[in-house]
Design a protein around this ligand. Structure first.
Ligand code: FAD
Length: 268
């Protein structure tokens, strides 16, 4: 039998709120918050499901998350939405990772457990960390091509991909050889799991792996492997310098404006 076309989708669990609170160490306060799948990662998963359904026969989707035990909920949802298998990378030693340590951990998982992948699909960014750095850093560590900010896949075969990449100031068509990493710049999904999908998800085992099981170097993960840290976190407050103009002053101002208009702007 042909080798399956393997698509790895990375999904991150994020707090379900805009009202993010911070710990005294400037990390996100996650206790007491409901969590959701990062909306960009739902689109990444949807892209994988569409590839499996319409573009490549014999494809399989592997969903992967790094996080605490509760991230299993996100993976169960990914399974219900169409993933075939799921892994959770969970170890206290992974905590307090910056984007470099996160990318190292995710790439180390790929190298040790699923090295024969064809595609990696990530969200364009996570709505809590918001850096969009993890996927590019991962592609670099895996020495594969990457296409970020994908809006649309024009062509896909087992050998190559052509995708439309769109940023705020450019639209480009990019062709790359597989294996490839792409990030999807869209949020949400139309996928709706049915009861059978939920039941299959509940019955599918999520494989939980720790640092040792993916052969991670302790110096490159978690806090130890993070050269950056958050020095200060604050909510930006937009302040306006308003000047109150009295009715009398406004009248004088209007007269002046009219004078300038009628003189063709020659009064200075
Ligand atoms: P992005 O790079 O924006 O994510 C893009 C995509 O990558 C996602 O859509 C998803 O597909 C994939 N992805 C990202 N993270 C994961 C994941 N965990 N599992 C699966 N897929 C993933 N967090 C702490 O808890 N404690 C800290 O001390 C801490 N320090 C930090 C210091 C700095 C300087 C920075 C920049 C971040 C820090 N973080 C910390 C946040 C942590 O680095 C991020 O949660 C993580 O590195 C992912 O980055 P991001 O959220 O910006 O994801």
């Amino acid at each position: 039998m042909d080798k399956k076309f393997k698509i790895i989708v990375f999904v991150k669990q994020v707090p379900d709120t805009d009202d993010i609170k911070w710990t005294e160490n400037n990390t996100i306060q996650r206790d007491g918050l409901d969590s959701i799948i990062n909306p960009y990662d739902l689109s990444a998963l949807q892209t994988a499901v569409e590839i499996k359904k319409y573009r490549i026969k014999n494809a399989e989707i592997v969903a992967v998350s790094m996080g605490p035990k509760q991230a299993e909920e996100a993976l169960k949802q990914a399974l219900a939405l169409g993933a075939d298998r799921a892994y959770l990378l969970s170890d206290r030693k992974f905590s307090a990772a910056d984007t470099l340590a996160t990318a190292y951990t995710l790439s180390q998982f790929v190298k040790s457990k699923e090295p024969d992948f064809d595609m990696i699909i990530c969200g364009q960014q996570a709505i809590d960390g918001d850096t969009a750095q993890t996927p590019s850093s991962m592609a670099e560590k895996l020495s594969i091509a990457q296409i970020t900010a994908c809006k649309n896949i024009e062509e896909l075969s087992k050998e190559s991909i052509t995708a439309i990449r769109e940023t705020s100031d450019s639209v480009s068509k990019i062709k790359a050889k597989l294996p490839v990493l792409i990030t999807i710049d869209a949020t949400g999904t139309y996928l709706q799991p049915r009861i059978n999908d939920y039941m299959r998800a509940q019955d599918t085992e999520i494989i939980v792996l720790n640092a040792e099981e993916i052969g991670a170097d302790p110096a490159k993960i978690g806090y130890a492997g993070s050269p950056t840290y958050v020095k200060r976190a604050y909510r930006a407050v937009k302040e306006r310098n308003n000047t109150v103009v009295t009715a009398q002053a406004a009248e004088v101002l209007n007269t002046e404006i009219e004078n300038v208009k009628t003189s063709g702007g020659e009064n200075g």
